[in-house]
Design a protein around this ligand. Structure first.
Ligand code: PEP
Ligand code: MG
Length: 577
């Protein structure tokens, strides 16, 4: 039995056999292709060379030491070496090797030749060319990477998983838990697991290379603990906790219908974060007040950016199913960051790069098409539209301009839509938070994306487990920004919601109520327990608490104080039986 401590990313318990998924370069099969497949293999090669070149160039531009710089410069020269490229292509054209086999064979010829040279410097270059071989194979195999196909209940154990890989798992119903070597609490795969109620632990270092399909894995997604081959006692304990948890959920779903309101009558809307039509059912069962964040990018991620991949019906069906219950807030595409789309160019710093509204504003035809889909859906229910990653007033104006164009085009064609469809923006970049007085006046509502706001405020990559200890939602600087956003939005008469993970953590609820948030939007499985706690709170006490918290200078003390309140609540529950 081995116990590993990772980062708790999605609550819940599970014990099952492992399904291991790694992205290592796999053994190259020595296969040939038919003559008519040669063109395709050459195209794959050309793509692989381009993507490896841009990867190595980015390594070169971000390298700091002389030796690193020299290494990447030499690798770039080798990638441009016509002899190497010609040999690989000729193996495909004349011997019908697959692209992978051709890369392997040609590299071997070069490595052998370099190894025979008397010059030590040149002999060492054989390592560099092996590096290039590795990058090329990784790129080639990545393009036809093996699928994740589950045949029995499993804990998915992976080195990392792209969101698109997670979305295309075959038989996803068999996933009982997710354990990943990398990633942070708010990386998007962790969020996907959470919204599906699957326990997940991320940042488990090298676990995936130490585990095989014969191993049994126990997961405690609340504590972030993974046990490999647990003893019978540990397995029983975990299963027991799982049974208690589902009994508790059942009890909550029976008692927690009705409005989301504090003891003293303050209404706080509780909405859900969903990724597809399958999130509407859990939203309705949780008696949520609407969908506060529909991450529409997950509708198109598998297929990259195909404007003809018309998911109009999903927009219409979601709005229609929620009609009479609450609104559906469609966030326009937020691709990029850790949601890589097909053929996305490599970027050294994806979270700061070509992402979200920046992509939409550079691909306005696609953006407008999506907006029209949302507008058309507004005829069937209460749809709202929301822009992600707005960082300036100019950017917001540009997005609003495209919305106006889309409305005009629909009107010209007499296509009906809700003229008063509410428009909102996410506040997830510090610059937008600082400009909240001006930005909030231009929209009907704002919603704070704390997952990003925390990473951009603290300069801590939300998906990097190595700096996970610095990712502190309770950092006083973040709390000051939150207060500024709520106060600024209220001064403009706008409602303000929070749809980052912070909203779903019970510990933070009294503070968020005290800060004055009007809505919280969370994964569907969290709505009922939040409502239960909300009904115990008095908003005036929460206000006093938030003032106290805002006066504390450090996150350690803030976290300690909030935990103390939560522990007192638990003790109170136990005493009441
Ligand atoms: C956020 O950043 O808090 C948010 C809700 O958006 P996402 O997690 O999809 O980036
Ligand atoms: Mg975000």
């Amino acid at each position: 039995m081995t116990e590993v401590k990772g980062i708790a990313a999605s609550g819940g318990y599970a014990v099952s056999k492992a399904y291991v998924f790694r992205h290592d370069v796999q053994n190259v099969l020595h296969e040939t292709v038919s003559e008519d497949q040669v063109g395709n293999e050459l195209e794959r090669l050309s793509d692989a060379f381009s993507s490896v070149k841009s990867y190595v160039s980015s390594l070169l531009s971000s390298s700091v030491g002389d030796s690193e710089r020299e290494l990447y410069s030499v690798e770039l020269l080798m990638l441009d070496d016509p002899e190497y490229r010609k040999m690989i292509e000729s193996l495909v054209q004349n011997s019908f090797h697959t692209a992978e086999w051709a890369v392997e064979s040609a590299t071997k010829v070069f490595v052998d030749a370099l190894g025979k040279l008397s010059d030590e410097y040149m002999r060492e270059r054989s390592n560099d060319i092996k590096d290039i071989e590795h990058f090329l194979l990784e790129s080639l195999q990545g393009k036809k990477r093996s699928e994740i196909r589950l045949e029995r209940d499993s804990i998915l154990v992976a080195d990392y998983i792209l969101t698109s890989e997670f979305m295309s798992i075959i038989n996803p119903g068999y996933i009982k838990g997710v354990v990943i070597d990398t990633g942070g609490r708010t990386s998007h795969v962790a969020l996907l697991a959470k919204s599906k109620g699957i326990p997940a632990v991320v940042g488990c270092q090298t676990l995936s290379s130490d585990v095989s399909a014969d191993d049994t894995i126990a997961v405690d997604g609340y504590k972030g603990v993974v046990v490999v081959n647990p003893s019978r006692k540990v397995s029983y304990e975990i299963m027991d906790l799982k049974i208690k948890e589902s009994e508790n959920e059942k009890k909550l779903s029976e008692t927690m219908k009705g409005p989301s309101v504090t003891k003293d009558g303050k209404r706080i809307l509780l909405k859900t974060n969903i990724e597809g039509l399958d999130g509407i059912g859990p939203t309705l069962s949780a008696h949520a007040d609407g969908v506060g964040l529909f991450r529409t990018e997950f509708l198109v991620l598998e297929n990259g950016f195909d404007p003809d991949d018309d998911k109009s019906q999903v927009y219409i069906d979601s709005a229609e199913k929620m009609a009479g219950v609450g609104d559906v807030t469609f966030r326009t595409l937020d691709v990029g960051g850790d949601k890589i789309f097909k053929d996305q160019p490599f970027e050294a710093n994806q979270f700061m790069g070509f992402r979200a509204i920046r992509v939409s504003l550079q691909c306005k035809d696609i953006f407008k098409k999506q907006i029209k889909r949302i507008l058309k859906a507004s005829k069937w229910g209460n749809a709202r539209i929301m822009f992600p990653l707005i960082s300036s007033e100019e950017e917001l104006d540009e997005a609003l301009g495209v919305l106006e164009d889309a409305k005009e085009e629909l009107s010209r064609k007499n296509i009906p839509f809700d003229e008063k469809l509410p428009v909102g923006t996410m506040i997830e970049v510090p610059s937008a938070a600082i400009m909240i007085d001006r930005i909030s006046r231009k929209v009907d509502f704002v919603s704070v994306g704390t997952n990003d706001l925390v990473q951009y405020t603290l300069a801590v990559d939300r998906g990097n487990e190595k700096v996970g200890y610095l990712y502190r939602p309770m950092h006083p600087a973040v709390l000051r920004l939150l207060k500024m956003i709520v106060d600024g939005a209220h001064e403009s008469g706008r409602s303000v919601s929070i749809c980052g993970e912070m909203a779903g953590d019970l510990k933070y609820l009294p503070l968020l109520v005290g800060l004055g948030f009007d809505e919280l939007s969370v994964s569907p499985p969290l709505v009922l327990s939040l409502r239960a706690y909300l009904r115990e709170l008095d908003s005036r006490d929460c206000r006093t608490l938030s003032n106290e918290i805002l006066s504390i200078p450090g996150y350690t003390e803030i976290e300690r104080r909030l935990k103390e309140i939560q522990d007192a609540r638990r003790t109170g529950d136990k005493e009441q039986g």
